[in-house]
Design a protein around this ligand. Structure first.
Ligand code: UDP
Ligand code: MG
Length: 332
């Protein structure tokens, strides 16, 4: 092994620092929780590493909070953060990263679509010296054709527009060294497109391929409208190219208008005054009016986000927690 890859992880003997922190954002997951704890718990116990499971209850309105409380009573390695309302998955994940103490941190979906069995492979790569090990979906048979198509288009667009490459077919499922997590939690923007933030901080990374299974129970929390907004967050958060495109559209139409204007002047000089022309006038007025609205819309999209950031609100509000010291949910 060469010098670069032989950076073996130091062994830390501090009892309060587990090797692994598993972070699970959950929103109305009562159906899947028993299966999750059974499968994840058994797997982690067999793995033989010290661990904690941080459950971020993202304002669930079903029995999720009660089930989590019971789980914590049974096993204090299961820690719970209850939000005061639904803040969205990206923010729930951030809150989990804020309090995760483990030497390595693994965010995972509650519905078991991220098979826990990959963690062993993650740990192996991490011990080889990689700071980030992310899971890449080999095929997406469990998703509808429409979702696969829109996801492929999304990665194509965002990777063309943004400065940091975001690996396609990855989710939030990955292992990160604690130092990567510390870097990520320093980014406090409101627009939290986690895949972008993960890519932005950099560090040495490797990947592990897997087949994404279907949800173990319950229903998806993301409909197409939510996914569309998620895509807009991703693009506006990591690229200002749309603003530039808006500018180019403006320049092109202005040039076209000048050329057309010259043509009209010449025609009038040669052929005299020409009264008909209603159609061309209407076309020009409507086209340019429409373009102006589009460009204003793009500018508005960024302005709105700027406004959101400038208010500087905390990212989330914790209603209660179990097994997590209060000073740790510093959420500003
Ligand atoms: N989730 C969340 N807050 C939300 C929506 C979803 O914490 O507002 C959690 C959800 O409980 C699950 C994960 O995010 O653990 C992924 O959600 P889901 O499985 O519904 O998304 P999909 O896999 O369909 O993209
Ligand atoms: Mg899912």
């Amino acid at each position: 092994m060469n010098k670069l890859t032989s950076t073996h992880r130091p062994v830390i003997h501090d009892q309060s620092v587990p090797t692994l922190s598993i972070v699970v954002p959950m929103f109305n997951e009562e159906d899947v929780l028993p299966i999750l704890f059974e499968r994840l718990g058994t797997y982690l116990d067999d793995l033989g590493e010290s661990y904690e499971i941080i459950c971020v209850n993202d304002g669930s309105t079903d029995r999720t909070a009660d089930l989590l409380n019971d789980a914590h009573q049974r096993d204090n390695r299961i820690k719970v953060l209850n939000f005061s309302r639904n803040f969205g998955k990206e923010i729930a994940l951030t809150a989990g990263l804020d309090v995760a103490k483990g030497q390595a941190v693994v965010p995972i979906d509650a519905d078991l679509q991220d098979p826990p069995e990959l963690i062993e492979a993650f740990l192996e790569k991490w011990r080889e010296g990689f700071d980030v090990v992310y899971a890449v979906r080999r095929q997406r048979d469990s998703d509808t054709a429409m979702k696969r198509w829109s996801a492929a288009k999304f990665y194509q667009v965002i990777n063309r527009l943004s400065g940091v490459p975001i690996p396609a077919n990855t989710g939030d499922y990955r292992l990160m060294d604690q130092r990567v997590v510390r870097a990520i939690v320093q980014l406090r923007e409101q627009n939290r497109f986690m895949k972008g933030l993960f890519a932005w901080v950099g560090f040495r990374h490797a990947h592990v391929a897997y087949d994404r299974p279907k949800r173990a129970a319950g229903e998806t929390k993301f409909n197409y409208w939510r996914l569309w907004n998620f895509a807009l967050d991703g693009i506006t958060g990591f690229s200002t190219v749309p603003l530039r495109i808006a500018g180019y559209i403006g320049i092109l139409t202005a040039l076209a208008a000048i050329v057309y204007g010259l043509f009209l002047m010449l025609r009038t000089m040669i052929h005299g005054v020409d009264v008909p022309g209603y159609a061309s006038l209407m076309v020009a007025v409507l086209l340019i009016g429409g373009l102006q609205l589009v460009v204003l819309g793009v500018i508005g999209e960024y302005l709105g986000r700027l406004y959101e950031e400038s208010r500087n609100r905390p990212l989330y509000i914790v209603e209660s927690s179990h097994g997590i010291e209060p000073d740790e949910d510093a959420n500003t």
